[in-house]
Design a protein around this ligand. Sequence first.
Ligand code: HEC
Length: 204
Amino acid sequence: MNFTRTVLAEILIGIVCVPTIGSMTGCNQSEASSTPIGGITPQQFADGVHAVMMADRTVYATHVVTNLKKQDAPVTADEYWQDTEHTIPLPAQMFRMGAELVDENPQAGFTYSLRSEWPLNEQHTAKSEFEEKALKYIAANPGENFYGEEALGGKNYFVAVYPDRAVAEACWTCHNDHPNRGESYPEFGKDDVMGGVLVRIPMP
Ligand code: HEC
Protein backbone atom coordinates (compact mmCIF):
# COMPACT_ATOMS: atom_id res chain seq x y z
CA MET A 1 0.00 0.00 0.00
CA ASN A 2 1.29 3.39 -0.90
CA PHE A 3 0.19 5.07 2.29
CA THR A 4 2.45 8.09 2.16
CA ARG A 5 1.44 9.21 -1.27
CA THR A 6 -2.27 8.64 -0.78
CA VAL A 7 -2.54 10.37 2.56
CA LEU A 8 -0.20 13.21 1.73
CA ALA A 9 -1.91 13.74 -1.60
CA GLU A 10 -5.21 14.10 0.28
CA ILE A 11 -3.60 16.65 2.57
CA LEU A 12 -2.07 18.51 -0.35
CA ILE A 13 -5.35 18.69 -2.27
CA GLY A 14 -6.45 21.22 0.32
CA ILE A 15 -3.49 23.40 -0.58
CA VAL A 16 -3.11 22.74 -4.29
CA CYS A 17 -6.80 22.94 -5.20
CA VAL A 18 -7.60 26.43 -4.01
CA PRO A 19 -9.76 27.66 -6.90
CA THR A 20 -8.39 30.67 -8.72
CA ILE A 21 -10.86 33.51 -9.22
CA GLY A 22 -11.97 33.68 -12.84
CA SER A 23 -10.55 30.28 -13.69
CA MET A 24 -12.72 27.26 -14.24
CA THR A 25 -9.88 24.82 -14.73
CA GLY A 26 -9.68 24.15 -10.99
CA CYS A 27 -8.48 20.85 -9.72
CA ASN A 28 -9.76 17.39 -10.37
CA GLN A 29 -9.67 15.55 -7.08
CA SER A 30 -9.34 12.02 -8.44
CA GLU A 31 -6.57 13.12 -10.78
CA ALA A 32 -4.78 14.89 -7.93
CA SER A 33 -5.16 11.87 -5.62
CA SER A 34 -3.49 9.58 -8.10
CA THR A 35 -0.67 11.94 -8.97
CA PRO A 36 2.45 10.71 -7.22
CA ILE A 37 4.18 13.44 -5.31
CA GLY A 38 7.19 11.22 -5.17
CA GLY A 39 10.04 10.33 -2.90
CA ILE A 40 8.40 10.77 0.48
CA THR A 41 10.03 8.62 3.11
CA PRO A 42 8.12 7.24 6.11
CA GLN A 43 10.16 9.63 8.25
CA GLN A 44 9.09 12.66 6.26
CA PHE A 45 5.48 11.50 6.44
CA ALA A 46 5.72 10.98 10.22
CA ASP A 47 7.38 14.39 10.67
CA GLY A 48 4.59 16.02 8.65
CA VAL A 49 1.66 14.49 10.52
CA HIS A 50 3.43 15.10 13.81
CA ALA A 51 3.82 18.80 12.97
CA VAL A 52 0.05 19.08 12.44
CA MET A 53 -0.75 17.18 15.66
CA MET A 54 1.56 19.32 17.75
CA ALA A 55 0.34 22.57 16.25
CA ASP A 56 -3.24 21.64 17.18
CA ARG A 57 -2.21 20.47 20.63
CA THR A 58 -0.23 23.63 21.37
CA VAL A 59 -3.02 25.89 20.15
CA TYR A 60 -5.58 24.02 22.28
CA ALA A 61 -3.39 24.08 25.41
CA THR A 62 -2.31 27.70 25.01
CA HIS A 63 -5.24 29.49 23.42
CA VAL A 64 -8.10 27.48 24.85
CA VAL A 65 -7.13 25.86 28.18
CA THR A 66 -4.66 28.47 29.48
CA ASN A 67 -6.73 31.32 28.11
CA LEU A 68 -9.85 30.17 29.97
CA LYS A 69 -7.81 29.89 33.14
CA LYS A 70 -6.34 33.38 32.78
CA GLN A 71 -9.82 34.84 32.48
CA ASP A 72 -11.15 32.86 35.43
CA ALA A 73 -13.73 31.59 32.97
CA PRO A 74 -16.68 29.56 34.27
CA VAL A 75 -15.55 26.69 32.01
CA THR A 76 -12.35 24.75 32.75
CA ALA A 77 -10.45 21.80 31.30
CA ASP A 78 -11.21 18.86 33.53
CA GLU A 79 -10.24 15.22 33.45
CA TYR A 80 -13.84 14.30 34.34
CA TRP A 81 -15.38 16.53 31.67
CA GLN A 82 -17.84 13.84 30.64
CA ASP A 83 -19.53 13.81 34.04
CA THR A 84 -18.95 17.40 35.11
CA GLU A 85 -20.78 20.53 34.02
CA HIS A 86 -18.95 23.54 32.55
CA THR A 87 -15.86 21.58 31.57
CA ILE A 88 -13.93 20.70 28.42
CA PRO A 89 -11.44 17.85 27.82
CA LEU A 90 -7.78 18.13 28.84
CA PRO A 91 -5.22 18.52 26.04
CA ALA A 92 -4.05 14.91 26.51
CA GLN A 93 -7.64 13.68 26.33
CA MET A 94 -8.27 15.70 23.15
CA PHE A 95 -5.18 14.12 21.73
CA ARG A 96 -6.15 10.59 22.77
CA MET A 97 -9.68 10.92 21.36
CA GLY A 98 -8.24 12.10 18.04
CA ALA A 99 -5.81 9.18 18.05
CA GLU A 100 -8.69 6.76 18.68
CA LEU A 101 -10.62 8.12 15.69
CA VAL A 102 -7.58 7.77 13.43
CA ASP A 103 -7.14 4.23 14.75
CA GLU A 104 -10.66 3.39 13.59
CA ASN A 105 -10.11 4.93 10.15
CA PRO A 106 -8.76 2.34 7.70
CA GLN A 107 -7.81 5.09 5.23
CA ALA A 108 -5.46 6.82 7.65
CA GLY A 109 -2.58 4.41 7.00
CA PHE A 110 -0.92 5.08 10.37
CA THR A 111 -1.62 5.28 14.09
CA TYR A 112 -0.37 7.57 16.84
CA SER A 113 -0.41 7.72 20.62
CA LEU A 114 0.92 9.45 23.73
CA ARG A 115 3.44 7.69 25.95
CA SER A 116 5.35 8.62 29.08
CA GLU A 117 7.83 7.24 31.57
CA TRP A 118 5.77 9.06 34.20
CA PRO A 119 2.16 8.41 33.19
CA LEU A 120 -0.77 9.85 35.11
CA ASN A 121 -2.86 7.39 33.11
CA GLU A 122 -1.42 3.85 33.00
CA GLN A 123 -2.67 3.54 29.43
CA HIS A 124 0.26 5.75 28.43
CA THR A 125 3.09 3.46 29.65
CA ALA A 126 5.54 2.05 27.10
CA LYS A 127 4.08 -1.06 25.46
CA SER A 128 7.33 -2.64 24.22
CA GLU A 129 11.09 -2.58 24.74
CA PHE A 130 11.35 -0.40 21.66
CA GLU A 131 8.98 2.16 23.19
CA GLU A 132 10.85 2.11 26.51
CA LYS A 133 14.13 2.73 24.73
CA ALA A 134 12.62 5.53 22.66
CA LEU A 135 11.18 7.32 25.73
CA LYS A 136 14.49 7.11 27.57
CA TYR A 137 16.28 8.47 24.52
CA ILE A 138 14.06 11.53 24.02
CA ALA A 139 14.18 12.35 27.75
CA ALA A 140 18.00 12.09 27.80
CA ASN A 141 18.48 14.01 24.54
CA PRO A 142 16.20 17.05 24.64
CA GLY A 143 15.35 18.35 21.21
CA GLU A 144 15.99 15.04 19.46
CA ASN A 145 13.49 12.59 18.01
CA PHE A 146 13.83 8.82 17.96
CA TYR A 147 13.30 6.83 14.75
CA GLY A 148 13.40 3.10 14.20
CA GLU A 149 11.66 -0.04 13.00
CA GLU A 150 9.71 -2.43 15.14
CA ALA A 151 8.18 -5.84 14.40
CA LEU A 152 4.78 -6.41 16.01
CA GLY A 153 2.59 -9.46 15.43
CA GLY A 154 4.60 -10.47 12.34
CA LYS A 155 4.35 -7.00 10.75
CA ASN A 156 7.05 -4.39 10.41
CA TYR A 157 6.46 -0.80 11.35
CA PHE A 158 8.39 2.41 11.01
CA VAL A 159 8.09 4.19 14.36
CA ALA A 160 8.88 7.82 15.12
CA VAL A 161 8.85 9.12 18.69
CA TYR A 162 8.83 12.87 19.38
CA PRO A 163 9.28 14.61 22.70
CA ASP A 164 6.08 16.01 24.20
CA ARG A 165 7.17 19.14 26.00
CA ALA A 166 5.66 21.44 28.56
CA VAL A 167 4.75 24.18 26.10
CA ALA A 168 2.16 26.01 28.22
CA GLU A 169 1.93 26.79 31.90
CA ALA A 170 -1.20 24.65 32.19
CA CYS A 171 0.90 21.57 31.29
CA TRP A 172 3.21 21.59 34.27
CA THR A 173 0.92 23.13 36.88
CA CYS A 174 -1.76 20.51 36.30
CA HIS A 175 0.64 17.55 36.15
CA ASN A 176 2.67 18.63 39.17
CA ASP A 177 -0.48 18.94 41.28
CA HIS A 178 -2.20 15.80 40.05
CA PRO A 179 -3.29 13.22 42.68
CA ASN A 180 -2.11 10.32 40.45
CA ARG A 181 1.53 11.38 40.62
CA GLY A 182 3.73 8.80 42.31
CA GLU A 183 6.71 9.44 44.61
CA SER A 184 9.24 9.41 41.79
CA TYR A 185 7.19 11.83 39.68
CA PRO A 186 9.34 14.72 38.39
CA GLU A 187 8.62 18.36 39.18
CA PHE A 188 7.96 19.50 35.61
CA GLY A 189 8.81 23.00 34.41
CA LYS A 190 8.77 24.98 31.16
CA ASP A 191 9.92 23.03 28.08
CA ASP A 192 10.58 19.79 30.00
CA VAL A 193 10.05 16.54 28.15
CA MET A 194 6.90 15.13 29.77
CA GLY A 195 6.47 12.15 27.48
CA GLY A 196 6.49 11.20 23.83
CA VAL A 197 4.23 11.23 20.82
CA LEU A 198 4.55 8.02 18.87
CA VAL A 199 3.70 7.69 15.17
CA ARG A 200 3.56 4.12 13.83
CA ILE A 201 3.44 3.40 10.10
CA PRO A 202 3.09 -0.11 8.61
CA MET A 203 5.93 -0.99 6.24
CA PRO A 204 5.22 -2.81 2.99
C1 HEC B 1 -5.69 20.26 33.71
C2 HEC B 1 -4.75 19.15 33.75
C3 HEC B 1 -3.78 18.88 32.63
C4 HEC B 1 -3.26 19.75 31.72
C5 HEC B 1 -3.53 21.21 31.53
C6 HEC B 1 -2.33 18.97 30.90
N1 HEC B 1 -2.33 17.68 31.29
FE1 HEC B 1 -1.23 16.21 30.49
N2 HEC B 1 -2.40 14.90 31.38
C7 HEC B 1 -3.29 15.16 32.39
C8 HEC B 1 -4.00 13.94 32.72
C9 HEC B 1 -5.09 13.80 33.79
C10 HEC B 1 -3.49 12.94 31.87
C11 HEC B 1 -3.99 11.54 31.72
C12 HEC B 1 -5.15 11.76 30.76
C13 HEC B 1 -5.78 10.55 30.18
O1 HEC B 1 -6.49 9.89 30.92
O2 HEC B 1 -5.59 10.29 28.99
C14 HEC B 1 -2.46 13.57 31.06
C15 HEC B 1 -1.67 12.92 30.14
C16 HEC B 1 -0.52 13.45 29.60
C17 HEC B 1 0.54 12.70 28.96
C18 HEC B 1 0.57 11.20 28.75
C19 HEC B 1 1.23 10.56 29.95
C20 HEC B 1 0.36 10.56 31.18
O3 HEC B 1 0.73 11.32 32.12
O4 HEC B 1 -0.67 9.85 31.24
C21 HEC B 1 1.50 13.59 28.58
C22 HEC B 1 2.82 13.29 27.90
C23 HEC B 1 1.01 14.89 28.95
N3 HEC B 1 -0.20 14.76 29.58
C24 HEC B 1 1.67 16.07 28.70
C25 HEC B 1 1.01 17.29 28.79
C26 HEC B 1 1.43 18.49 28.13
C27 HEC B 1 2.68 18.62 27.28
C28 HEC B 1 0.49 19.44 28.41
C29 HEC B 1 0.41 20.83 27.88
C30 HEC B 1 0.42 20.96 26.45
C31 HEC B 1 -0.49 18.83 29.30
N4 HEC B 1 -0.14 17.54 29.51
C32 HEC B 1 -1.57 19.49 29.87
C33 HEC B 1 -3.50 16.38 32.96
C34 HEC B 1 -3.20 17.57 32.34
